[in-house]
Structure formats: structure tokens, C-alpha cells
Design a protein around this ligand. Structure first.
Ligand code: GUN
Ligand code: ZN
Length: 440
């Protein structure tokens, strides 16, 4: 058993986009998190819980920190770390020029294994403990990511990318191979430890009818699968989809037609959409992953968060690295705030932290195990440094209410704010140990 003392915040329900509902979160100014066998045993006020600890229990005290549940990323690409910060293009040219060539390297099993570990280590260093991840169209890349995540006991959902047309040699597959290899990966990894499989057609433009039919079929072949793809990100993309699928009423109707909408489907972006799309998403329970740093970096457009929530569409927050410019969910929250500002909306910090934790867990159907620190859940959590930069130190020395503390963190925070990251009660990232080693 071990215990972690300090200010502690987690969410119980959605705070909302307007004035945050005070019943939606629990905040303990001097809290205690008790962990046993990788799970949360108790959470509450330190004064109440400390006397209940068995004698000799180690208590780590971070009075100036903040204990938070691990953050969750609902859309990120493992093979695209090296694609980050690629200059001067929008989506379709960006894919051709930078992304497809970079992804073709993942045909190599050794490269895939090395990059998978680098990717997970970076997620942990940015305070992300779970994610829904795109791999590549090579089976070995998904294998590598699953096995690295399993070794870390990290809850990762990923899948082999399906793309059998409009893509170059090196990343293009066939409908048949994508179906067979997805089935093999599902049999090997879906439900192994904390790993889950997501059927992953890249987007409608890079799949034939035959492949999209296979994707729909895969979704019926095992319980608990997720489906991830891209949708309505860029205007040239949308015009191209209309040419490729002249029989379909809309871009969303393409996915609908192949049985790819539903509560376990996560569509990245959904920027250029209308009320009919939102109504169909809500009716089917289909989710959107809002990827603000990617949407501004690639010049894709401004996602309309308030309209989606008003229509009861579930929305997760996501980095979309390497279209996105940071793996940090704190940086992602800051960009989401700015996108909302440009739309005349305000994203309050309670809603932003909710989205990055319990909200994203719900979007990915993993809230039974993650998302907050309720007793019985897996102990995936963070020790945050609230004053990791000079500006934050300056602001930290003034009296701040919880809203101010959270807003400072979301606007000024980044990977420096993550002091330690725990997976199932085990410390998997320690900023000060890493820095100490670098300076030794
Ligand atoms: N649409 C199809 N593939 C991709 C991708 O890799 N990144 C983004 N942002 N959009 C896509
Ligand atoms: Zn993406």
C-alpha cells in the first residue's frame, strides 16, 4: 500500500460549458490518495484518511503540487512524431509530402518497436496515461505498440490502419490483407491485459468500398471494439469525398452506409459539418475527437464545440500529433480555449480538465477503470508541478482560487508541469530523476 498527499482534484460528472456545476468535481485542498494492488483504495481528506493507514505506510507529500487523474488522448498517431512541425501545407498535401513517407518506415519491425517505446515514454512525460492511437498499415507496427503498452500496463487502444487506395506504395494495403491482419491482431490483443483494438480505416478517401465493407464487418465480429477514423477536417478533403462517393448524401453518410457509426466510433475533427450531421451523430451515439492544435496548425478550421454539445454529441479532446503540435493535453486545452474564443465561446477550465480526464474516458468507454480516482479504479494518476516555469512561479505566489489554479495550468502549463506519472500505482515517469540523470 502507498499513499499520496496534497491538493487533489478529480471529476464526477460533466461541469458544462457555461457556469461549471460545483457538484461535478471533488477537490481536497489537503487530500490523500491511497493505492493498493494498482488500484485506488481510498480518496479524500488527508485529516480523515491518514489515521486509517496501516502503520509504516509510505506517504508522499506534495503540498505545493496537484494530484490529478492521468490524462487521456482520444486521437493521436504513434508513427507521426517525426511529422510534427512540417512546414507549409494543408491536409492532403501534408499527407502526401510528409506523412505517408514517414509512415512507410514502419514496415520494419525493429523501427516500429523502438518508436513505440519512444512514443509511450513521451506520452507519460506529457501526463497522458491512456490513448486511442493510430498505428500504420503495417501489422508489425500495431504489434509493436500493443506489446510495448502491455509491458507498461498502460490502457492503449489501437489498430492497424486500413488504406487500400489513393495512397503510395509502402503504405497502401489491400482490402483482404487489412481484414485478415485486423482479425489476427484482434485475436491476439483485444482484451489482453489493458489493451483494446480499434478498427481503423484511415478515412473514406483511402479505402475502397470493399475495404469499408470489411471495416463494418470487423465491428460485428468481437465485443468491445472501437472504430476510429478521420472526418470533415478540411474543405478540399470534403470536396474529394463528394467526388469519390457520388451516391452518398454526405461525408457522414459514407461512414453510415458502411455501418461505421455508433457509440464505439470516434471520428477525428468534424469541423465542417451541419445540424443534420450533429443530429445523426447524437442519434447513433458517435463521438468526435476535437483536435485543436492540429486544426490550427494545418489551417483546417475552427471546431464548433458549443453546437456539438448543444446537440448532445459526445466530444473528446485530442492532440492529433503529428498534425497536432504537442502531445501535452494541457497545451491542447489551451488551444481548445483559443479555438472557442475565435468562435465567441468560452471553455472554462473545469470543463477542459473534465474533458481531458473523465470525459475522454467516457468517450473511449473506459470510465469503469480510468478517468477519475474513485475507489476501485486503476491508479493512473499524476503529480503536477503548479509552478514549473518562471511565469507560473510568479503567479503561484499570489493567492489563487481553484479556477485560477486550473486556468493557469491549462494556459501556461506543458510537459514541464508533469512531475510524476503513475500507471496502476507504479511510477513510470519521474521528471526530476530524468533531469537529474541528464545533468549528472
Ligand atoms: N486524414 C487522413 N489521415 C490523416 C492524418 O494522418 N492526420 C490528420 N490530421 N488527418 C488525416
Ligand atoms: Zn489524425
Amino acid at each position: 500500500m502507498s499513499a499520496f498527499r496534497g491538493p487533489l482534484l478529480h471529476f464526477l460528472s460533466e461541469p458544462g460549458l457555461g457556469t461549471p456545476d460545483p457538484a461535478s468535481y471533488s477537490y481536497f485542498a489537503d487530500g490523500l490518495l491511497v493505492v493498493a494492488d494498482g488500484r485506488v483504495q481510498a480518496v479524500g481528506d488527508a485529516a480523515e484518511l491518514l489515521p486509517t493507514l496501516p502503520a509504516g505506510t509510505a506517504v508522499e507529500h506534495s503540498p505545493e503540487g496537484l494530484i490529478l487523474p492521468g490524462m487521456i488522448d482520444t486521437h493521436v498517431h504513434m508513427p507521426q512524431l517525426a511529422v510534427m512541425a512540417s512546414y507549409g501545407t494543408q491536409l492532403l498535401e501534408w499527407l502526401e509530402t510528409y506523412t505517408f513517407p514517414t509512415e512507410s518506415r514502419f514496415a520494419d519491425a525493429d523501427w516500429s518497436a523502438k518508436q513505440s517505446k519512444v512514443f509511450l515514454d513521451l506520452l507519460l512525460a506529457h501526463g497522458t496515461t491512456s490513448a486511442l492511437v493510430f498505428s500504420t498499415s503495417h501489422k508489425v507496427a500495431s504489434e509493436a505498440l500493443f506489446s510495448a503498452a502491455h509491458e507498461y500496463n498502460m490502457a492503449i487502444t489501437t489498430g492497424r490502419v486500413m488504406m487500400d487506395c489513393n495512397a503510395p506504395d509502402g503504405v497502401r494495403d489491400t482490402a483482404e490483407a487489412s481484414y485478415q491482419e485486423s482479425r489476427e491482431l484482434i485475436a491476439r490483443w483485444h482484451g489482453t491485459g489493458r489493451q483494446r483494438y480499434a478498427v481503423t480505416p484511415r478515412f473514406a478517401a483511402t479505402s475502397t468500398h470493399a475495404q469499408l465493407t470489411y471495416a463494418g464487418k470487423l465491428m460485428t465480429e468481437a465485443e468491445g471494439l472501437l472504430m476510429q477514423t478521420h472526418w470533415a477536417e478540411n474543405k478540399a478533403e470534403i470536396a474529394w469525398i463528394a467526388e469519390l462517393f457520388p451516391d452518398r448524401a454526405s461525408y457522414l453518410d459514407v461512414y453510415d452506409h458502411f455501418g461505421l457509426l455508433g457509440p464505439r466510433s470516434v471520428l477525428a475533427h468534424g469541423i465542417h459539418i451541419d445540424d443534420a450531421d450533429r443530429a445523426r451523430l447524437a442519434e447513433t451515439g458517435t463521438r468526435i475527437a476535437f483536435c485543436p492544435t492540429s486544426n490550427t496548425f494545418l489551417g483546417s478550421g475552427l471546431f464548433d464545440l458549443a453546437s456539438a454539445r448543444a446537440a448532445n454529441v459526445e466530444v473528446g479532446l485530442a492532440s492529433d500529433v503529428g498534425g497536432g503540435t504537442s502531445l501535452s493535453m494541457l497545451v491542447t486545452m489551451a488551444e481548445a480555449y483559443k479555438v472557442c474564443q475565435l468562435r465567441g465561446q468560452s471553455l472554462n477550465p473545469f470543463q477542459a480538465f473534465y474533458m481531458a480526464t473523465l470525459g475522454n474516458a467516457k468517450v473511449l468507454h473506459q470510465e469503469a477503470e480510468t478517468g477519475n480516482l474513485a475507489p476501485g479504479k486503476m491508479a493512473d494518476f499524476l503529480i503536477i508541478d503548479r509552478a514549473a516555469s518562471p511565469i507560473q512561479q510568479l503567479k503561484h505566489s499570489a493567492e489563487r482560487d481553484l479556477s485560477g489554479i486550473l486556468f493557469d495550468l491549462m494556459i501556461l502549463g506543458d510537459d514541464r508541469s508533469i512531475r510524476r506519472t503513475y500507471i496502476a500505482g507504479q511510477c513510470r515517469y519521474d521528471r526530476d530523476a530524468v533531469q537529474g540523470a541528464a545533468h549528472a
